[in-house]
Design a protein around this ligand. Structure first.
Ligand code: SF4
Length: 413
């Protein structure tokens, strides 16, 4: 079941310092490797996201991004344009006149650069923008520019809000006005919308609209979050987004998008005793293959563990049992250290993969869940947990065995 996740950049995927964590990048790649579609959906023009796309390592003719608030759908390598909508020139002229009337600064977004006549002193993000062209001749001179994808009014939030409240109703009906940050009021054609673009891309990619997700933080993400079946937002989102979101993930500073991918997009991860999957790692050199379990696990991402071999014990090996607070082999050797090491390695794997559920081999001195052998090596079973099972349980991993794994489904429902 292929899924599509569209994510806004600023304030959502990007941290406040405009970086993306390694954890988030790795999680995005896990998602892509599982066959899902990861889509950057931003108000920015394509040429202002290429550095980020490179950092994410998603430059490809098969991975797409949505730019200009939905006015452009293009492959991340820039070679395939799936959808493009420019602003009619008479609309550009109308908006320049509006800016002159309300004394607003404005930026014209072209395909490969931005044009303005004046940069407001409050706007700092464009300070070092090499693709910003500042022209002479005032705002009237901007009217010469054709092929504009969107217009951005910029200034203080208060000034922009005040001006917007005075715009004539026919102007408000004719264009989409959305804040993409406190200093930026984006203006697009009414037909340009991130939500439309995301659903349109999903249709092109043949993805069931029920499997489309979008996440954002700002007002210019509201249309997208409302339009898709599974609208989400980060914890730092505007209240208007939180109101309409079906899922609120962690903040942009806490890898919110990675958390969302792990919770909603990827197959659930589960820790499983390797011998149950057919690995010949049990003490005898054989396995405990459980075909029903293998079939059940096809909808999961499996993290295999064999704590005894993680602890350095060989295959085959003398069987061991828990005796008091030690683990002893049948020939009397103390292997407690190896069992503890195997448990620690298993817990590290659980933490690394954000796993909170395990299916472990019942009765084993490592993996046993609720039942173990009594330490007399005569087949008597008593209540108790294996060394690894105990450590996982103490770290809030839900434990199941080959005997009761179907109960996971009951918990899910
Ligand atoms: Fe199976 Fe666990 Fe024993 Fe490894 S340690 S053989 S996974 S029961």
């Amino acid at each position: 079941m292929k899924k599509l996740l569209a994510t806004d950049l600023d304030g959502t995927l990007l941290k406040d310092d405009k970086t993306v964590s390694i954890n988030t990048i790795n999680t995005i790649h896990e998602m892509i490797n599982e066959g899902h579609h990861f889509v950057v959906a931003t108000g920015r023009p394509f040429f202002r996201i290429t550095k980020i796309l490179k950092q994410l390592d998603i430059i490809s003719d098969k991975i797409y991004c949505i730019c200009n608030n939905g006015g452009l759908i293009i492959s991340t390598d820039g070679t395939k344009t799936l959808y493009e909508e420019k602003m009619p020139h008479e609309h550009v002229v109308e908006l320049i006149d509006l800016a002159i009337e309300h004394n607003l600064n404005l930026l014209l977004y072209k395909k490969d650069h931005i044009v303005t006549d004046h940069l407001d002193e409050n706007v700092t993000v464009f300070g070092n923008e090499p693709l910003l062209k500042i022209i002479d001749g005032g705002k009237e001179a901007l009217k010469e520019y054709q092929d504009v994808y969107k217009i951005v009014f910029n200034g203080t939030y208060e000034k922009l809000c005040d001006a917007k409240s005075k715009f004539p109703s026919e102007i408000l009906e004719k264009f989409n006005f959305v804040f993409s940050g406190y200093d930026f009021l984006d203006v697009n054609n009414k037909t340009v919308d991130k939500g439309f673009a995301v659903n349109h891309l999903a249709e092109i990619l043949n993805i069931d609209l029920n499997n489309v997700y979008a996440v954002g933080d700002e007002e210019n993400d509201l249309g997208m979050v409302k339009a898709v079946k599974n609208g989400c937002c980060v914890a730092n989102a505007k209240p208007s987004l939180k109101e309409v979101s079906k899922f609120i993930t962690l903040s942009n500073e806490e890898d919110g998008v990675a958390n969302l991918i792990n919770k909603l997009i990827l197959k659930p991860k589960i820790l499983v005793s390797a011998c149950l999957l057919g690995d010949n790692c049990k003490y005898s050199g054989g396995n405990n293959l459980n075909s029903g379990l293998v079939d059940f696990l096809k909808d999961y991402n499996i993290i295999k563990i064999c704590p005894e071999t993680f602890g350095g014990l060989p295959i085959p090996r003398v069987p061991s049992e828990i005796v008091g607070d030690k683990v002893l082999s049948k020939d009397g050797l103390d292997v407690t250290k190896e069992y503890i090491l195997g448990a620690k390695v298993s817990l590290e794997l659980a933490k690394k993969h954000h796993v909170n559920c395990a299916i472990l081999k019942q009765r084993s001195p490592s993996c046993g869940v609720g039942k173990i052998y009594d330490g007399a090596f005569n087949g008597t079973v008593i209540d108790g947990y294996g060394v690894t099972a105990t450590l996982l349980k103490n770290n809030n991993v839900d434990l199941y065995t080959e005997e009761n794994y179907l109960e996971i489904l009951k918990k899910k429902s």
